[in-house]
Design a protein around this ligand. Structure first.
Ligand code: C2O
Ligand code: CU
Length: 377
């Protein structure tokens, strides 16, 4: 067995783990911290220097039993004093058993700041692992918040406390669009429709035609925010399955909060209602709830506004409804459609336009077809 020495300095640095720059805690300028690789029976020596300016620090070796070295466990207030800014502490301990471990800060909420890394202990000496494998890679999973740990701490210690978490959804909506999903026929062809309109895309892309006010490019009448027959029986094939093609657009006021209620129904054949994964472009949405049967206004009371999942695709179950909320804060023209490709091709989608005036200079190549081919941006 060997003694493995490491010299580590802990300091704050900039990092963008999910492409959004933030302050993270690094070790020797790395986030996550360097991987320690050792063999069972080895002794690890980490000389840890605290380069933070205003906080103490400790590091805990998660899963290592610290037999005979309880002072090296790295828990502030439990096994050791926090290491003050500018000071160093030597962790010296034995890794007696092979395994995939990790290490992490154990003072305040420094783990949430990114103070962690991997600790991998291989078999003793030349001993082979008890199973055969071709290759390995290291995967380190952790929660990540955009809120700084200081914000998180203050929130948790407030009265009433504020739970650590991202953009809860706005509490109310400005507009509700209920989309009845039906299977229909148009001149004998089988189609899918929303509020009785089956989407057919125009030759001129909406983004350009809306930005340049080319009204002939598509149907200027907005599709309806609801289906008109309040007594529509979603549990049976439609009495009149006829539908129409359409390419109108839902124009959403910029920054409005929109609720989308997807209402499933019976398809053309008796006792058939399909599942559809609806996908929204350009946004994430909050999933506020699901229900069976027909959506009723009072179902709104059951919406989950506390911790709804944030996604960009969600299903609508057979004979059920799904409620989604999004904020129209992304200038552009965006599709919202069933992600089963044949369904979209059969008309199962709608189009939202928001804040198109604010869209920057559209590249020529994106306008080179249809009625925008001749505009000169
Ligand atoms: Cu991955 Cu319009 O979809
Ligand atoms: Cu579908």
């Amino acid at each position: 067995s060997q003694v493995r020495h490491f010299q580590w300095e802990v300091e704050y640095m900039f990092g963008s783990p999910d492409c959004l720059e933030n302050v993270v805690m690094g070790i020797n300028g790395q986030f996550p911290g360097p991987t320690i690789r050792a063999k069972a029976g080895d002794t690890i020596v980490v000389e840890l220097t605290n380069r933070l300016h205003t906080e103490g620090v400790v590091i805990h070796w998660h899963g290592i039993r610290q037999i005979g070295t309880p002072w090296a466990d790295g828990t502030a207030s439990i096994s050791q004093c926090a290491i003050n800014p500018g000071e160093s502490f030597e962790y010296r301990f034995k890794v007696d058993r092979p395994g995939t471990y990790f290490y992490h800060g154990h003072y305040g909420m420094q783990r949430s700041s990114g103070l962690y890394g991997m600790l991998i202990v291989d078999e003793h000496g030349n001993r082979e692992p008890p199973f055969h494998y071709e290759a390995e890679f290291e995967l380190l999973l952790s929660d990540w918040w955009h809120q700084s740990v200081h914000d998180q701490q203050v929130g948790l210690y407030s009265k009433p406390f504020r739970w650590t978490g991202e953009p809860q959804p706005p509490k109310t909506h400005n507009r509700r669009i209920i989309l009845l999903n039906t299977q229909n026929t148009i001149n004998g062809f089988t189609k899918w429709a929303l509020n009785n309109i089956s989407l057919t895309l125009p030759p001129t892309p909406y983004l350009g035609s809306i930005k340049y006010g080319i009204h002939e490019a598509f149907d200027q009448k907005s599709p309806p925010d609801n289906y008109d027959d309040a007594n529509y029986d979603i549990f049976n094939p439609a009495l009149n399955p006829n539908s129409t093609y359409g390419n109108g657009v839902y124009t959403i006021k910029f920054k409005n909060t929109v609720d989308l209620i997807l209402q499933n129904a019976n398809a053309l054949a008796k006792n058939v209602s399909e599942i559809h994964p609806w996908h929204l472009h350009g946004h994430d949405f909050w999933v506020l709830g699901y229900g069976e049967g027909k959506f009723r206004d009072e179902d709104e009371k059951k919406f989950n506004l506390e911790n709804p999942p944030l996604r960009n695709t969600d299903v609508i179950f057979p004979y059920g409804w799904t409620a989604l909320r999004f904020v129209a804060n992304n200038p552009g023209v965006w599709a919202f459609h069933c992600h089963i490709e044949p369904h979209l091709h059969m008309g199962m989608g709608v189009v939202f336009a928001e804040g198109v005036r604010r869209v920057g200079k559209i590249p020529r190549a994106a306008l080179a077809c249809g009625l925008t081919a001749s505009v000169n941006p």
